[in-house]
Design a protein around this ligand. Structure first.
Ligand code: PXG
Length: 458
């Protein structure tokens, strides 16, 4: 049964009848009908009607090596033929996750030599939460179990992921978060800096909120701080340079662990394997998923720092945690082939030295001056465009994010896929983008902004 036998209308009817999509208003979707994406190649996706769309989001922040990589399909095929599955429980292992763990230890920041696998970022953050609490219990401090996070953080959609995250709408539907998680202000200068407050001072103040939360609870009650190096789903919020060093200093001072969520930033996005390296952040766990396989297979890897790993090994006792697909051999085979492509094609160096600097320059020179753009910002190949009614006062359009949806819809109609988060447009393209692809994207975004401005200022 292939989709070619179905018209778009038929597929949309079946979709409406049977498929509950993630993060979707199901009533709204049934009125609009889904766009059906049928194939993809390099930086482009194609829908059932043959429209070619430049994918400014790398799927959902994941397809770092771009589409159409036969090599990854072949790695999966070969592994499936040889051994499609066996578990890593009961003193067993398969070879592929072992070899991938060795590779991850080589590319990870110093002090990370162990890995725990899952199938998604949410699962990896569940693991991270349970692991840091287990760590303190093994150290004889089970009461040191509070985790500090940030408002608007995104750490996944499982119960623990939602609880760790700071999305108000998600919490409202949770009906009871995992206890022992508190949320402090995010390091988002564009909206939260006080009049006259510079970026540097703002970054220190946002970090001080972490210290205040530690002191409010008592340092002997606080297990860890969790944060994305750059808040992704929350709107590519890049903290001031003063923020992370100060958070690190504070966490060290009170012996609070740092759980770094690199589900988006991991595997090249910021111009280094990990943002821990490009941004100089010290961490005890690093959550990774998405671009580990460039989205060709579901896989997550929680990188576990030596401090925690040493305690697990020395103290022993079973850590009652794991998933059927922890260390899935097919997903791990694809990850190995994917990391090989990233390395062989020098994609990280390209982002660091060429396309990353070109990307921010293109946004600054050709987008920042637009009448409805309040700010552009980027790190590596991850960027944001703030949509405002008034550039000077930073006043937003009415409708809480409705304006960004207008921009997005014009962009997609003009062959450019990007995301709208609140009043922010976000971009996180495949790392295979060249200067020419960036030019194409910026031109299409500029046109979408023009059309949106006309609509919005009517
Ligand atoms: N941490 C971070 C930082 C993420 O961005 C997760 C954890 C959870 O990963 P899984 O694989 O469980 O989805 C994510 C996921 C969006 C969007 O709208 C972002 C994510 C997922 C879905 C939508 O930008 N990020």
């Amino acid at each position: 049964m292939t989709y070619q036998n179905f018209s778009l209308k038929q597929l949309q009817a079946l979709d409406a009848a049977h498929y509950l999509h993630p993060f979707t208003d199901h009533k709204d979707l049934r009125a609009a009908g889904s766009r059906i994406i049928t194939r993809a190649d390099g930086p482009f996706i194609y829908d059932s009607e043959g429209h070619e769309i430049l994918d400014g989001m790398a799927g959902l922040w994941c397809v770092n090596v771009g589409y159409g990589r036969d090599e990854l399909a072949e790695a999966a095929y070969a592994q499936m033929k040889e051994l499609p599955y066996y578990n890593s429980f009961f003193r067993c292992a398969t070879a592929t996750p072992v070899l991938l763990a060795k590779k991850l230890a080589e590319i990870a920041p110093a002090g990370f030599s162990q890995v725990f696998y899952g199938s998604s970022g949410s699962e990896a953050n569940d693991t991270a939460l349970r692991l840091v609490r287990h760590y303190w219990a093994l150290e004889g401090k089970p009461e040191k179990n509070l985790v500090i996070s940030r408002k608007n953080a995104y750490h996944g959609s499982s119960v623990a992921g939602t609880s760790l995250g700071g999305m108000a709408g998600m919490h409202a539907q949770l009906g009871g978060a995992v206890p022992g998680i508190v949320h402090v202000m995010m390091p988002y200068a564009y909206e939260l800096a006080l009049p006259g407050e510079g970026d540097h001072e703002f970054g220190l103040r946002a970090a001080k909120a972490v210290e205040d939360a530690i002191l409010a609870a008592g340092p002997d009650k606080v297990a860890a701080f969790i944060g994305e190096p750059v808040m992704g789903a929350g709107g590519v919020k890049i903290p001031p340079a003063s923020y992370w060093p100060e958070v690190n200093r504070i966490c060290k001072k009170y012996d609070v662990l740092v759980m770094l969520d690199e589900v988006i930033t991991g595997y090249g996005r910021t111009g280094a394997w990990f943002a821990a390296q490009s941004m100089g952040i010290e961490a005890d766990t690093i959550t990774t998923a998405k671009a580990l396989t460039s989205g060709y297979q579901p896989l997550s890897a929680l990188l576990v720092g030596d401090r925690i790993a040493a305690t697990l090994v020395e103290k022993g006792g079973e850590f009652y945690h794991g998933y059927t697909y922890s260390g899935h051999p097919v997903a791990c085979a694809v990850a190995l082939a994917n990391l090989d492509i990233i390395e062989r094609e020098g994609l990280i160096e390209r982002v660091r030295d060429d396309t990353g600097p070109y990307f921010i320059e293109a946004l600054r020179e050709r987008i920042a001056g637009h009448g409805i753009v309040g700010e552009v910002r980027a790190i590596g190949l991850m960027g944001a465009i703030e949509i405002v009614r008034d550039k000077e006062t930073r006043e937003r359009f009415p409708g809480d994010g409705a304006a960004a949806v207008v921009v997005r819809d014009h962009a997609i109609a003009g062959g450019m896929m990007l995301r709208a988060t609140g009043d922010t447009m976000i971009l996180s393209p495949p790392l295979i983008w060249t200067r020419e692809t960036i030019d194409m994207a910026v031109e299409r975004i500029g046109k979408a902004l023009d059309l949106a401005e006309t609509d919005l200022k009517k």
